[in-house]
Design a protein around this ligand. Structure first.
Ligand SMILES: CSCCC(=O)C(=O)COP(=O)(O)O
Ligand SMILES: [Zn+2]
Length: 203
């Protein structure tokens, strides 16, 4: 796990990449990395994630509380910390608001099926495209502790938890062991969701 300076550089670079891809419009999205001391580096609330500097990244405990009084971490810090608490192997979490995520999650029920995509191999444990997964979609909720409780209830009922989920009409969460893996998984999922959106537009 990295120290704060390395994590901050990774978060700034990830924000620029998500911005270039159009996945963090306005002040949407948030990004975090688990630090070597067990705390979490996360984006401040309300800033544009494509224009982050070192001051835009702050530290919180695993309970989501800022380590420095007065710091205001992402409004969705509770979802990041819920991932880190549940999955000790998670080292980085990405949240974006892409068009495919937003449109598809508004149209579908409790999950979206991703089947027979070569990029399914980006998920852990899937060695072939000949597979199908159900990516969870949760109803959006401004009450983050209540939303996190719903997410945890779903995880409790699953044998193999996928490293990602959608929030209806809102966005996507994806995580990985480190930032490169989290970015790779997010790009794979976003690609498959773009395909799903295109398929639904075909006559
Ligand atoms: C303008 S986006 C609304 C909040 C949100 O969904 C988001 O991802 C960004 O919130 P943050 O507090 O992390 O800046
Ligand atoms: Zn969001």
């Amino acid at each position: 796990m990295p120290e704060l300076a390395e994590a901050t550089a990774a978060i700034i670079a990830a924000g620029q990449r998500l911005d270039r891809l159009g996945w963090v419009p306005a002040t949407a999205g948030n990004i975090s990395v688990r630090l070597r001391d067990g705390t979490v580096a996360i984006t401040r609330s309300g800033g544009h994630k494509g224009f982050l500097d070192a001051d835009g990244v702050i530290r919180v405990g695993l309970d989501g509380g800022p380590l420095r009084e007065g710091d205001r971490p992402s409004a969705e810090t509770g979802l990041h910390c819920g991932i880190y608490r549940r999955f000790p192997e998670a080292g980085a979490v990405l949240h974006g608001h892409s068009v495919p995520v937003t449109v598809l999650s508004r149209r579908l029920g409790g999950s979206i099926r991703l089947e027979s995509y070569e990029l399914l191999k980006a998920f852990p444990g899937l060695a072939t495209h000949a597979a199908a997964v159900e990516l969870p979609i949760f109803d959006n909720d401004q009450d983050i502790p209540r939303l996190q409780a719903v997410v945890e209830a779903r995880w409790a009922g699953e044998d193999a938890v996928l490293p990602g989920y959608l929030l209806r009409g809102h966005g996507i969460y994806v995580w990985g062991a480190d930032m490169p893996q989290a970015l790779m998984r997010l790009e794979a999922v976003e690609f498959m969701l773009r395909c799903e959106l295109e398929v639904r537009r075909l006559p």
